[in-house]
Design a protein around this ligand. Sequence first.
Ligand code: AMP
Length: 164
Amino acid sequence: MIHPIIEHKIVNSIEDLMIPADNVAHVFANNTLSHGMLVLSTVNYSMIPVLSSDSKLIGLINMPLMIKAITTIEAIEVEKLDQILIEEVMIEPPVFITVDTSFERILSLLVDHNFLSVLGEEGIFLGIVTRRNLLTHVNRFVHSISDNEDLKQLILEIARYENK
Ligand code: AMP
C-alpha cells in the first residue's frame, strides 16, 4: 500500500499525469499502412494507439508490425502499404486504465508498459499516462525531501493524518 499522504504529494489525480487525447499521436483503424508509417515516422514514438471512427481504443500499432505485414521471404512488397489497413495488422491493447484506477496499480502497470491508455465511458479514448510523466512526478517528490527537516515535516504530516 502507498500511504495517501505520499500518493497525494506525488500526484493529485490521473489527470495530472495524463497526456490528453488531442495531444496523443494516433491512427484510425481504417487508415492504410502508408498513412500509419507516415505518422509513426513523423512523431518518432515506438508504439501509438489505434482508434475507431467513434474515438474508442481498439488497438496499438508500431513500425515492426507494419513492416512484417508487407515482407515475404523474397521481398518487401511496398505496394501493399496502400492495400493493407491498420486494423488488419494492429495488436490488441494489452491493458488500459480509467480515471478511477488507483495510483498503486498505475505504478505497478508502468513497470511493464511504456504507456497506459486511459479510457472513459464505453471505451472512449481519453489519453495516455506515460512512464516519463510518472517518473517526472516521482523524481520531483523524492527531491522534495532533501534533508532531515523535510523528512521530519513529512513524518509530522503523516502522524497528523493518522490521528485525525
Ligand atoms: P515516454 O515515457 O515519454 O518515453 O513515452 C512512452 C511511450 O508512450 C512512447 O514510446 C510512445 O509509445 C507513447 N507516447 C508518449 N507520448 C506520446 C504521444 N504524445 N503520442 C503518442 N504516443 C505517445
